[in-house]
Structures are given as C-alpha cells and as structure tokens.
Design a protein around this ligand. Sequence first.
Ligand code: F0G
Length: 464
Amino acid sequence: MAIQYIPEPFRIKMVETIKMLTREEREQRIKEAKYNLFNLKGEDCYIDLLTDSGTNAMSAQQWSGVMCGDEAYAGASSYYHLVDTAKEIFDYDFFQPVHQGRAAEKVLLPTFLHKGQFAISNMFFDTTRAHVELAGARAIDCVVKEAKDPSKRCKFKGNMDLEKLEKLILEHGPQNIGLVVMTITNNSAGGQPVSLENMRQVSEICKKYDILLNIDAARYAENAYFVKRDEDACKNMSILEIIRKMFSYADMFTMSAKKDTIVNMGGLIGVKDAEKNAELIMKIKANCISYEGFITYGGLAGRDLETLAIGLKEGLDENYLHYRIGQMEYLASLLDDAGISYQSPVGGHGVFVDAAAMFPQIPYYEFPGQVLAIELYKEAGIRTCDIGSYMLGNDPDTGEQLHADFEFTRLAIPRRVYTQAHLDVIARALIAIKERAKDMKHGYRITWEPPILRHFQASLEPVE
Ligand code: F0G
C-alpha cells in the first residue's frame, strides 16, 4: 500500500508551464538527440528528473535576496553573509565560495594530489573521480557491500567499508594515499546516507595513517535527516548538531551548493583548521583567483552569494527535510506495490530504479540504465539518467568498458518543484514499461564518445 504523502510545508506563488509532446514527437526528439538525454531540450521534457542539481525552486526570501545581493568585486556584504552563515553551521575557520561543486574539486584537489597517489572514497561522484584523475592520482571506491544489493533493505548503505579501507591503505602504502573522501549522501550508491558512527571511524583510520579526510558535502542536510531518524545514538540531536559533529571529523569539504542549499548555482570549499592548513588555504586562494575569480566572489554574482547564504539555513529546516524525504518514500512505495526494484530503502534525492532487474536480458555493455531512461522519455516525457556502466565509462589505463556495480536509472527529484500528482505520473510510466520490459531484446551501443565524462556528450544507437 502506498504510504501517505507528506504535504508540502509551503504554498506555490509562481508557476512555470510545462508541455507534453506526443509519443511520436518524443520518439523523434530522442532519436535526434542520438539517444543521449543530455542532448534533449529542457522544454521537450514533461517531468525533468535528469538531476536535483541546480533545478531547485527558490523561496520568496531567496528571491528577495537576489535583489539585495551586493555586487562589489571585492569584500561584498553578501560574501560576509555567506561566510558568517557557513561558520555558524559548520564551525570551520575558512570558506571559499566557487561557482559549483566541480569548481571546488578543481581548485582544491590539485593542491595536494599528484601522480602515483590514490584517493579512496565510499563512492566518488563522476566529476570528483575525474578531478582526482586529472590531478594524476587514481580513484578507488570502497562502499559497504550491502550497497551493491539493491533489494537488501538496511540502514546506511552509503557507508565506507572500514575493513577494506584499511586494507587498501596498507596495500598501497599510507604515504601513497593522498586523500579519503566521504560522499554524503552517497549519490552513486543511490543517495544512501552515511552514519555519524561510520564517519567517526573513517576519521580515526585517517588520523592513524595521517591521511587527509574530505567531505563531498553536496547532500549533507539530507544525510543529517537520515542520521537523526535512523541512528539510535542521534535521535535527540538537532539537525544542526548532527551536521557540526559530522564535519568535525573531517579536515575539509567540497560542496556543490546546487543541491541541499536549494539554489540554482553555487559551490563552497571549507577548511576546518586555518592555522594548521595555512599553506593549503594560500593555494586554494591562488587557484580560486586563477580559475574562478577573486576570493570574495569565487565565480558567483553577489546575488548568488546572498541566495546561497539564505538557502544554507532553509535546507536545514526539519519540516522541509521531512517533506523532502517523504516524497522519495511515497514514490518508492508506489514502486513497491508494482514490484519494481530500486535501491532500497530509498535514498535522499531520488529513486534509483534497478534497471538490471527490469531488463535482465540486456548486458551491462548495452547499458540497461540508459535503456530504461530512454523508455521513460518515450513513455511519458520523463527525463532521467543512467547511473551505471554507461556513466562509469572506460578504464583510464586499458580503455576497456568498466562493469559498474549497479545499473540504475536515477529519478532525481528537484527540490520544491514537483507535486504528488507528478510522482503518480512517474510511477504509472514505470509500471507501463515494466509490463513490456521482456520484449526489449537489446540495448544501445556508443557510436562516439569523448575521452572523459563521456555520458554527458556521447552518441548512441539501438543495437538491432
Ligand atoms: N559531488 C557530488 C556528490 C555530486 O552529486 C555532484 C553533482 C558533484 C560533486 C559536482 O557538483 O555539479 O555542482 O559541479 N551532482 C549532480 C548530479 C550533477 O546530477 O548528481 P556540481
């Protein structure tokens, strides 16, 4: 039985019309897009679940912040508003705004990662992996094994596998491990949360071997909600207390603020201890000035800094987080009723449908996650993306197609954008596809791909 939908803790003041093309038109559009959903025009998508990143609806307070943004090149009041707010939340010494998450990675990672080193994460997001590799190092994923079984319902499937982490450190030599990254929530594993206890233990291991620990903080507030709800020791802590504790275990963070900070553009780097990391901070500032802009705007307009400062606080509101995670749970419960598998329990920012379970006849190198994404577009104009072998790409050393641990189609839900009725449309489309799934004999092959982050740009064709 579908669970009860948690009503929106807001009302709608401004709307945006969306259109529905006919099935014939959608089939034509996706063919013209070379079966890559990133090539579609946004206006040709009825429900756009490509990402929850930068697709959020801002509040009336944030829109008024747009008008109040201070556009001074240096020392804008909006910069100070942002830094003061971030200090209050994270209790770190230094913050550097940048234009988005990958900019934070580009500015920070090359300051200490280099060729011959390794970086280990509970799971790298694709741009983070790319920046580790662009710095010359190699990225290794080390998530708990439960995460690899979508049907296994257990808490904190985003956690680091602690035993494997220590084994990897010893195998490669602690001096060769340039960084450990905790991605919270763990996007690639399905928006799965990381427990505070796991974070503490990872931090202990890093201290023991003198390895830097970074938080990839894109969805840190959703993670804190899960910690409060599901970690017994944290039930009586506030969301803010959980966040402070979580960040106290790390040395620094990179953040795509386009997610939990509920803005359309922005990013942030944080460093906990300014005295100990004076040289690192100097390098961050130098890289920021070269790549992003002067340190008090970091590639953002003053109005962006202002909305970011406001959004940081709005994203921590417990009523909002309850509704937000409630949307995922409602959609997931509709899929439970229909026997459609997904990474369960459902994570924080979307439902990751198990496309390998829906299309067992389609091998990983014909990209089941991409097959389902294309079918969802054809079926109902719903745009999603593959989080599987298609996204993972090729081995950087051998050029061979990698076999991902999962073949997911990600239904990423933008924040404060879609209603219960939209979620019902999504569930009905998935049910219709499931009914004809066995008739799909083949998937897709790549006809052209760029050398890095291929899924954004590659061209595909159906395997006949
Ligand atoms: N880290 C994580 C965990 C992410 O999910 C993302 C982006 C980034 C870093 C990079 O941030 O896009 O601001 O440069 N994730 C988006 C997504 C794109 O759709 O999951 P960015």
